[in-house]
Design a protein around this ligand. Sequence first.
Ligand SMILES: Cc1ncc(COP(=O)(O)O)c(C=O)c1O
Length: 481
Amino acid sequence: MSAFKQPASAQSRTSPACCSSLESADPGHAETPLPPLATGLSPSTTALHGPLHLRRSTGPLITPITQSTTFNQRRVGECDGPTYSRVGNPTVDQLEAVLGSLEDAPPSVCFATGLAAETALFLALLKAGDHAIVADAIYGGTVRLFRQVLNELGITATFVDASDPSAVAAAITKNTRLVFIETPANPTLKITDIAAISRITKAAGVTLVVDNTFLTPALQRPLDLGADVTVYSTTKHIEGHSTSLGGAITSRDEKLLERVRWIRKCTGNIQAPFNAFLTIQGLKTLPLRLKEQSRNAQVIAEWLAGHHQVQTVYYPGLADFPQRELAARQHLGGLHGGVIAFEIKGGTEAGAALLNAARLCRLVEHVGSVETLLTHPASMTHADVPREQRLRVGLTDGLIRLSVGIEDPQDIIADLEQAIAAARPASIVHRAAAETFDPGDEHDHVHAHHAGRRVPDAAAQARVQVKSTVQTNGGAACISR
Ligand SMILES: Cc1ncc(COP(=O)(O)O)c(C=O)c1O
């Protein structure tokens, strides 16, 4: 359905990363240079400068914040610039131009939040009686939007395991208008084959939407693989510094973008100019940050996978990740992003104790910032997803999401090490302390200190907290997003 002509050089970018001269025996591990955009510039250059036609020979280097609700009009009916900031604003325009050019597309459409972008997109594409196919492993807020808001408007959704393309094909009905996937999925990192799904949606005349928040255009370009639309919470990696909310819709279909822009004007959810300014600044280092975060995540995921207290680790760069081949084919540069999910032995209580004991890694409801962040999806980001749907996609009550930042990975490992030690169930701790404590050895002394006093406290606190949060499927004190 794309009306925007894809330049030849953009098509050549679809060649798999593993065809690079840097190819190694282990394709998931081979880092390759990020391919250039249709403009001939690399994504790191475009993220910094935007499209070259916007380059000015005079004026400020940094995009100014046009903090004005409205704009002068020369005469009645005569205006050649913006009119009102709910419809368009020069600072937001600049962000839209950069985001669009990162996907060889016309300017994106930017919103106050990621969910505002999704809402506008669904209002633009769906009406009462229409049906959507939605991947079952996605951000909880999107699930809530379909189940509790769009459903009330007469728009139905079928949740399927989109990592199995035949399940998507089987769910298509005569009323299906849209397929929505998120890959890698939040938080289990399950991967969906975008090219395979796009062959199905194209044959059925259905719009394919990909939430590309986790990898961003720096590491994955769904439009090159046949998707019609990408959606972003720019709040996450794109802005990258936890200072501003935002969302974006990108497509090569100009008509679709026009309709989304019109819905934004009607519903009034454009991004604020100051937030657009902050997002432009953050975006400048996006490829650099994601490269570093991916490298750090690889080191930390391998360390977690070798830890005796860790039960499961999900990270597409790990040798035993079930969809490793697909990840290597679909992700750019041989990099897999900064998000890891894992579970430690001892279940929910141990997981909560770990989260409470972490000191450097921050416990927050967020992902994609320069700081390393820990989240408990079952009680936070996915609290509104029905428990059986969560468990079906592997989102257990004890699962921990780790969004790796740009710190030295060894500092993160040291923090996780002490937090995991603090989370050991009291029975194991006491046994280990009795077996290993040697008063002459300072290293052991530290462990015995954790084992004897600090650790049972952390586990006991976690038990109390877990009862009042996870088991009620939502935080009693914290309001989930
Ligand atoms: C993958 C994904 N998509 C969309 C959203 C919604 O974005 P926002 O919080 O900016 O509304 C989130 C938020 O966490 C997310 O993780």
